[in-house]
Design a protein around this ligand. Structure first.
Ligand code: BG6
Ligand code: MG
Length: 217
């Protein structure tokens, strides 16, 4: 049997950073007079920072120059980083530490596959920077999810065939990227958003060792 491995998304799978993204985008929206809600924030899950800003601006019908967009993205990111700076390992989502420990002990390779350019800072904050066999994040890709690039680079780093990679994702764009990479996909969330996933769990706490073993066999 060929070797298998895991690729984990970061935001919404390893840690719940969506709430900090929301707070930071909300501050910008208020500044620009845009009525931005938590429902709108759902649309930003898994998508790049630049695309997130475009979605936010379209909610308020606001048009900005590229120079202004760059400035506002920097502003948003520094606010986001001020929240992230306060994170510690208590913010790792349920079941994740146990699963990573099991994979590590059993020599199952696993990579990060995240759209975030802040992935390393976040992993360091929650004490997981050294846990991964490989890390692929928003700094390594030229095309954002749903393009499969991030996961294909991760498979390459893990020296695995894409069809032997199991992707754990909480965003529709991420499930689509996994499908396009011909990988096995596990969605964390609800059927309406992640119905395309091969497996669907409503919480990371359901990512049990028994579930992982099953996927590996
Ligand atoms: C994804 C998040 O993981 O990373 C998105 O789900 C976010 O909401 C994207 O926009 C980019 O993150 P960052 O940290 O580079 O702004
Ligand atoms: Mg995510």
């Amino acid at each position: 049997m060929e070797r298998k491995g895991f690729i984990f998304d970061l935001d919404g799978v390893i840690v719940d950073t969506a709430k900090y993204h929301y707070l930071a985008w909300k501050e910008l929206a208020d500044q620009l007079g845009i009525n931005f809600t938590e429902e709108h924030n759902e649309l930003l899950k898994g998508v790049s920072r630049a695309r997130s800003l475009d979605i936010l601006l379209s909610v308020g019908d606001v048009v900005l120059s590229d120079a202004d967009k760059k400035m506002y993205m920097e502003q948003k990111n520094s606010r986001y980083l001020s929240y992230v700076a306060q994170m510690d390992d208590s913010e790792i989502l349920p079941g994740i530490k146990e699963l990573l420990t099991y994979l590590h002990k059993n020599n199952v390779p696993f990579s990060l596959g995240s759209a975030s350019k802040n992935a390393r800072v976040i992993l360091e904050g929650v004490n997981l920077l050294d846990a991964f066999t490989a890390i692929v994040d928003g700094n390594d890709v030229s095309k954002a999810k749903p393009d499969p690039e991030v996961f294909l680079i991760a498979a390459d780093k893990l020296q695995l065939n894409p069809e032997n990679c199991i992707v754990i994702e909480d965003a529709a764009a991420g499930i689509e990227a996994a499908k396009r990479a011909k990988m096995i996909s596990v969605g964390i969330g609800e059927e309406d958003m992640l119905g395309a996933a091969d497996y669907l769990l409503n919480s990371t706490s359901k990512l049990s060792i028994a579930f992982a073993k099953n996927l590996l066999n």
